[in-house]
Design a protein around this ligand. Structure first.
Ligand code: COA
Length: 701
């Protein structure tokens, strides 16, 4: 359901509107009136007949119409009763400003659940509770208790913290930032950041969407909806409150490698969200995205009047994955001829400390004509002779002459730079004091542009030869045996059912059975103790490799059982697993750990016993994972150098690896009860691959 008429409501009731200017409800009513809101305004108060020159009504039910929007600013004890009244009256949108719900404990949580149920029952959309309200500068409407109404602009800002929102608004006046919409999300009981992002993506007055959130309301829905929104306009999010819970609960290699905040990182990356790492960065990015055209590529030219800032900027350009433009010979010749002999003509162009505006003008015009320049960063440091304001005017003039180039300023200094910075910002040329925010903003814009242009829709095909029933049967037996961790022979059965190539393995309960199995699969073989309690088999003498005869297998079985009894007398031993010893291949890992918000995350990278030390893995969410994305994630790892064929080695079977990762992703999406998977090592060969050790943990679903 659209929430458009949440903002352009034709009538608004302020329930609890007080005549007392000290009360929030009075402030909200005054804000609504002063915002220039054109619709009908109804103060609701059982004791007053008129408030702020508007006729007051004793209750929602006594209103002459079912208003489009009701703002509830009444004590928590009254909210349920009034929300019900709204529902019965046919009010479709409510904002509950009132605090005292789930944030205060169990009782509050219960009340909030009842509030959610009322919204469901009457088909009402609710913002809050525990929120500061919302504003739209284009309607205009202000149902918040913020101190002031923001300047009109094209940034939509949604914040989970009301306090942060009102503080940012106040600050926005200092820096001249304008907003289209500002929403305090509160407890996100009904409407969440997802609804507002979706609405803002189609709002013609919004160019950039900004969010401050502490969590995501619904991981899968966020990925779908926000993934669509980012194709239309930039969505920049600052997320705080990285939870440690996920990382602590992880017992697998993959889980430990993922850490606590990684799911947000990859989810944001996968759906094109630009992640700000601080509040400062959130607004620096907002300013840049709202004002500047997106650079057409990563090549940056720098024009500076001093060496140090030029070097700092160059460092930052490399750090952010951008490239310093390499000027053409023609550009270099013109610069050489027109600048003093001491000037630097290669990028960064150093026009020297005595440069006045005309020298900047010459250098800028020359580099802007160079086809290897996508964006231009103009740096100036104050000297006794130069005039930053005039330089700013020159940059603004260049923007007019070269509209296809993106211009930025780093005006180093204090008050001497104020006027110049203001001129640039007013001209839509982002200008900061230091180069770091300039370069990080260019980097984010270039990446966003790459993301948008590379969005070719690829259908996610389900691989063939999948036997879900076989996996179900294995899990059933494991749970019946009161276990959650699968034995090697069981995990291999699961892998086979999903077409994941695995080395043959069989469980033997006697030495003779082990010999029979070894004969069947062919020598050499590996023996491993099979016990759900023994996780580190090598440590208890529970593994023997390279056994080439029946005698070795027979006595190997006996030794493993003896060792295991000796080191772990309490552990129940199911027998010994006989596994075909596979030829050595490139050791890789494929794994899965589950994130509470975004579901299964797939890892692929360098395998073996040092995985946690080397940490060469790349992650993606299993949801919607395509073969192309799997290929990209493999290419991100150092292991890819080995897969391609390192130092004369033949390349390994990339297709088989992509296939195996895709099958693991399908397995974990099909079986939510799988909590963790580690396939380590997987041996990759020139042709095909083989999973040697597969660990699967399940939960009781
Ligand atoms: N219908 C209409 N009006 C009602 C009502 C009802 N059912 N019940 C009470 N009222 C009126 C009261 O009579 C009062 O008006 P008055 O001043 O004319 O007497 C008005 O509503 C407000 O009630 P009051 O008891 O004075 O509450 P309050 O103004 O002290 O506090 C809140 C109300 C909502 C502000 C408070 O409960 C609260 O939640 N504060 C925190 C808000 C917050 O921080 N939100 C999150 C921001 S991020």
């Amino acid at each position: 359901m659209s929430i458009k008429n949440f903002f352009d409501a034709r009538s608004v009731a302020v329930v609890g509107a007080s005549s007392s200017p000290d009360k929030l409800s009075n402030a909200i009513l005054r804000n609504l009136i002063q915002s220039g809101y054109q619709g009908n305004i109804y103060p609701i108060n059982p004791k007053a007949s008129e408030i702020e020159n508007y006729k007051a009504y004793p209750s929602v039910s006594s209103l002459p119409e079912a208003v489009d929007l009701a703002v509830l600013v009444i004590p928590a004890s009254k909210v349920l009763e009034v929300a019900k009244e709204c529902g019965e009256k046919g009010v479709k949108n409510i904002i509950t400003i009132t605090a005292g719900f789930k944030e205060v404990g169990k009782e509050g949580l219960e009340a909030e659940k009842k509030l959610a149920a009322l919204c469901g029952k009457y088909g009402m959309r609710m913002l809050g509770p525990n929120c500061a309200g919302m504003m739209d500068t284009h309607v205009p409407i202000n149902t918040s208790f913020a101190k002031a109404f923001p300047k009109k602009g094209d940034i939509a800002f949604f914040s989970q913290s009301g306090a942060m929102l009102v503080a940012i608004l106040d600050w926005s006046f200092k820096v001249g930032l304008g907003f289209s919409k500002v929403v305090s999300l509160g407890n996100k009981t009904n409407l969440t950041e997802i609804d507002f992002i979706q609405e803002a993506a189609d709002d013609p007055y919004t160019k950039v969407i900004l969010c401050y959130i502490e969590d995501v309301a619904d991981g899968p829905k966020f990925l779908d909806v926000v993934g669509q929104a980012t194709r239309k306009k930039p969505v920049i999010i600052y997320k705080s409150g990285a939870s440690q819970a996920g990382a602590q609960a992880a017992s697998s290699h993959t889980g430990a490698l993922a850490g606590s905040d990684l799911a947000y990182d990859i989810a944001f990356q996968q759906c094109g969200v630009i992640r700000a790492r601080s509040i400062t960065e959130l607004f620096e990015l907002a300013i840049t995205f709202a004002n500047s055209p997106v650079p057409q590529g990563p090549k940056v030219a720098v024009v500076t009047n001093s060496g140090g800032p030029g070097i700092i900027t160059t460092d930052n350009i490399e750090l952010r994955g951008l490239t310093m433009s390499r000027f053409t010979k023609e550009t270099l010749d013109i610069l050489r001829a027109g600048l003093p002999p001491e000037a630097g003509i290669y990028n960064p162009v150093d026009v020297l400390g005595d440069a006045l505006a005309d020298r900047y003008s010459f250098a800028l015009e020359t580099v802007c004509k160079d086809p290897n320049v996508d964006s231009v960063v103009v740096i100036i440091c104050p000297t006794a002779t130069n005039n930053p304001t005039e330089v700013a005017r020159v940059v603004a003039e260049m923007k007019g002459k070269f509209p296809e180039k993106a211009f930025y300023g780093a005006f180093f200094g204090g008050p001497a730079m104020d006027e110049g910075q203001e001129i640039l910002n007013n001209e839509g040329i982002p200008c900061f004091t230091f180069p770091e925010p300039v370069i990080s903003s260019i980097g984010q814009m270039v990446s966003y542009n790459d993301y948008k242009t590379s969005q070719v829709s690829e259908r996610q095909e389900r691989p063939g030869n999948i036997d879900k029933k076989a996996v179900k049967a294995v899990f059933y037996d494991v749970l019946k045996d009161n276990r959650l961790v699968l034995l090697g022979s069981e995990t291999t059965e699961v892998a086979r059912a999903y077409g994941i190539p695995a080395a043959p393995i069989a469980l033997a309960t006697t030495p003779q059975e082990a010999v029979d199995e070894a004969e069947k699969m062919g020598y050499p073989v590996v023996l491993k103790v099979a016990s759900p309690k023994i996780l580190h088999k090598t440590d208890v003498g529970g593994v023997k490799v390279g056994l080439a005869t029946a005698e070795e297998v027979y006595s190997g079985f006996q030794e493993i059982v003896e060792n295991s009894h000796h080191y772990m007398p309490q552990a129940e031993i199911y027998g010994v697993e006989v596994q075909k010893m596979m030829p050595k291949g490139t050791e890789l890992i494929i794994g899965m750990t589950r994130d509470v918000q975004f579901g299964p995350m797939i890892a692929v990278g360098l395998g073996g016993i040092y995985v946690n030390l080397i940490k060469d893995v790349s992650f993606r969410l299993a949801r919607g994972l395509t073969r192309r994305e799997i290929e990209k994630m493999i290419m991100e790892t150092k292991a890819y150098t080995l897969i391609r064929g390192y130092r004369g080695d033949k390349p390994k079977d990339m297709g088989a690896l992509i296939d195996a990762v895709e099958r693991v992703a399908n397995l974990v999406m099909d079986f939510p009860e799988i909590t963790e998977i580690d396939v380590n090592p997987v041996f990759a060969y020139e042709e095909g691959l083989s999973a040697l050790d597969i660990k699967i943990t399940i939960s009781v679903s």
